[in-house]
Design a protein around this ligand. Sequence first.
Ligand code: NDP
Ligand code: MG
Length: 361
Amino acid sequence: MKRIIILGSTGSIGTQTLDVVRAYPGEFQILGLSAHSNASMLEKQVAEFKPKYVLQTSESENPEAALNELVCAPDADLIVNAISGSAGLMPTFAAVKAGKRIALANKESLVMAGELIMELAKKTGAEILPIDSEMSAIWQALGARKSEVEKIILTASGGPFWGFSRKKLEGVTAKQALNHPTWDMGQKISIDSATLINKAFEIIEARWLFDVPPEKIDVVIHRQSIVHGMVQFCDGNISAILSQPDMRLAISYALNSPDRAPNNFQRVDFSKLNLTFGKPDYNVLEGLKMAYEVLKAGGIMPAVFCIADEIAVKKFLNGEIPFLGIYDFIKRSLENVKNTNVDIESIQELSLRVQRSNPSL
Ligand code: NDP
Ligand code: MG
């Protein structure tokens, strides 16, 4: 039995990870669970899975230290990091430092500190297995020497506002933004999908996970979310991974890796499909452009991008700024924060700097 610790067990990915565990009886043992504020759901999960370690971070005096201790548990075979937002960074870092095997949903870890994390993983022997569906697809499709990869192609659904004019975007509400056409996800990633900043994060995620330069990463709009990612090789052949838009498939692949294990999750019925592909938008939904810009700037800028987005998404959900204000907030933050070399300490204190750089808000 693989012994698993799930961070963020009460969220969208966390609960789906528990579903995957239920789908493979006898294969996985839940060794530890962490949640933040949802005590009642955590209690139910504890009653069902009887983990040895339980942590509710909102009740902890020092949540960061408690999470660090949890991910370093010597009896864990796999750590699933399904915390949302920048709070996921330090647990990823601690697990990598301890040389663990990590199934990573928390893309913000790699957006903020991808280079540091991947370098550290090389030293400690930590393994990072992606859960994000596009990253899982690329991981599955690669199967070649890196020098033979011409391009990585990430698909994007385009989110609920695909095709909207800037004028039309001015009036959109949080409720509309949370209503994603193909995926049912946590609040932050749903808003990030509406701005296309989620796809921007995935460009950065892929850049570090697969060590490919940004100019070799393309995005294509694919509304149906059936093709999750493609690898184009130097001879023009393309390998693609397709499945129903169901995160449990990507989670199952990471949990069972290096094996594939049978399940009864829904299959693709090609007779009912009409797959379409289109050019992404870099000007109205400006998220994508920002990924290439912050990667080019390097240093601490990808982390500023990530933190500024997190603050802006909260403000949008609280009704403090309009939808397009998310881009304005990020742009202002990127202009006002001085770039420095990236290290884990400077990233940790970044949140305050970004807040300070936007005194008007
Ligand atoms: P949710 O908001 O649904 O869940 C987040 C989880 O993290 C909850 O268990 C929550 O606890 C916990 N959490 C929140 N804040 C903190 C904190 N400060 N410290 C510790 N734990 C905290 O998010 P998702 O499951 O949608 O997303 C999780 C991660 O996976 C994100 O990085 C996202 O980008 C990524 N991802 C998600 C996909 C999806 O389909 N949902 C797809 C691909 C990637 P509680 O609820 O108890 O407060
Ligand atoms: Mg994704």
